[in-house]
Write a protein that binds this ligand. Structure first.
Ligand code: KG4
Ligand code: ZN
Length: 354
């Protein structure tokens, strides 16, 4: 089965074609990723310090058809070989989602192919299965850390997700982005804060580890953000209104150490409490080097295994949507319909997924 996937939930236009044949033959599912193309709008939003929804929607309109054509050109076979079309139905920016939904439904109508809406977070949490060396068995615990979400989930099988814990306020990626802003770094802040932290002194700032000992699996990063702001103001005031590069690096280091410690501690607790031994990490913050290193050490110590998507599939992309669509359809082919009406779900809790 061949699935075309379309992702337009935020500031990346992603298109990919996935074939289930290698996977059905027991080979790594990633071998079925036949073609993909991605356009990131980051350069367009950078001046605004974050995503401007209306600009995002308009840009998706501009990019989506050329990207689909590009993927089709690079993939052996043609449109007639596509068995179904999957698109991100939510959560995300309403206008941006509508672009992907209308293109997917329009193509499906023109080609008379079935189409299905995918939950963006399901795309992320199944994406580690696309790694070349993925040997991941259900059930597992998933740590989903993106710009909009921070959740620990029990993944029993495709479509069966139980939320074990989640953030009560800011998402991990949001905390990275806001810290970056306070340090005068550009959007999106995750990679910039992470790089700067490498040269920072770990002893200069001891930021709080929010909810580390709460006993549950929930997170809260708003207080950490406030502590960072307080320290930035204090250090700036003490230096006649100037924040040097090394002072910025120290703040970045303190912040990264704090957030990584909480994410690792909660993930290990989730594994222990659920009795599972496999951890899967997905979402943009899953690309974070410090998080990967620390999770690797802690999981090895406890005898757990930890898996990530290939680096280029950590942030938003079409491959994860095509793949989630293919996995859902393998489980239940009835999920794709020839219903050409469409809606999007900008707010869509993952545990409401049927
Ligand atoms: O999954 P994603 O592409 O979009 C959402 O679905 O939200 O995640 C984007 C988030 C941004 O907040 C970005 O700053 C963060 O992931 N991010 C990182 C890194 N790369 C991306 N955060 C920390 N370290 C990174 N290397
Ligand atoms: Zn995402």
């Amino acid at each position: 089965m061949r699935v075309l996937g379309i992702e337009t939930s935020c500031d990346e236009t992603g298109v990919a074609i996935v074939d289930t044949a290698p996977w059905e033959a027991g080979k790594p599912a990633g071998m079925g990723l036949l073609g993909q193309a991605l356009y990131s709008q980051i350069a367009m939003h950078i001046d605004y310090g974050g995503v401007v929804p209306e600009l995002a929607s308009r840009d998706h309109i501009k990019r989506i058809l050329p990207l689909i054509n590009q993927v089709l050109k690079e993939t052996p076979g043609g449109l007639e070989d596509i068995d179904a079309i999957a698109f991100t139905q939510g959560p995300g920016l309403a206008g941006a989602l509508l672009v992907g939904a209308s293109v997917a439904k329009g193509m499906a109508l023109a080609l008379n192919k079935p189409v299905l809406g995918i939950h963006h977070l399901e795309g992320h949490l199944l994406s580690p299965l696309l790694a070349d060396d993925a040997n991941i068995q259900f059930p597992f615990v998933a740590l989903l850390v993106s710009g909009g979400h921070t959740q620990l989930m029990k993944v029993t099988e495709v479509g069966e997700y139980t939320i074990l814990g989640e953030t009560l306020d800011d998402a991990a990626g949001e905390a990275f982005d806001k810290t970056a802003k306070m340090l005068g770094l550009s959007y999106p802040g995750g990679p910039a804060v992470s790089n700067l932290a490498k040269t920072g002194n770990p002893s200069t700032h001891q930021f709080p580890r929010p909810m580390k000992h709460s006993g549950d699996l929930d997170f809260s990063f708003a207080g950490l953000k406030t502590s960072v702001l307080t320290q930035v103001k204090k250090v700036t005031a003490a230096n006649n209104g100037h924040l040097s590069d090394s002072a910025k690096a120290d703040v970045a280091r303190g912040f990264v150490d704090a957030i990584v410690e909480v994410l690792v501690s909660k993930s290990i607790n989730a594994l222990k409490q659920s009795g599972l031994t496999t951890l899967v990490v997905a979402g943009g913050v899953g690309a974070n080097e410090q998080l990967r290193e620390s999770l690797g050490q802690s999981c090895a110590k406890e005898g757990f295994s930890v898996h990530y998507p290939p680096m280029h599939l950590c942030t938003d992309n079409g491959a994860m949507i095509a793949f989630a669509g293919a996995m859902r359809l393998k489980k239940n082919p009835q999920l794709a319909t020839k219903d050409w009406g469409f809606d999007v779900r900008p707010r869509w809790p993952l545990d409401e997924l049927e």
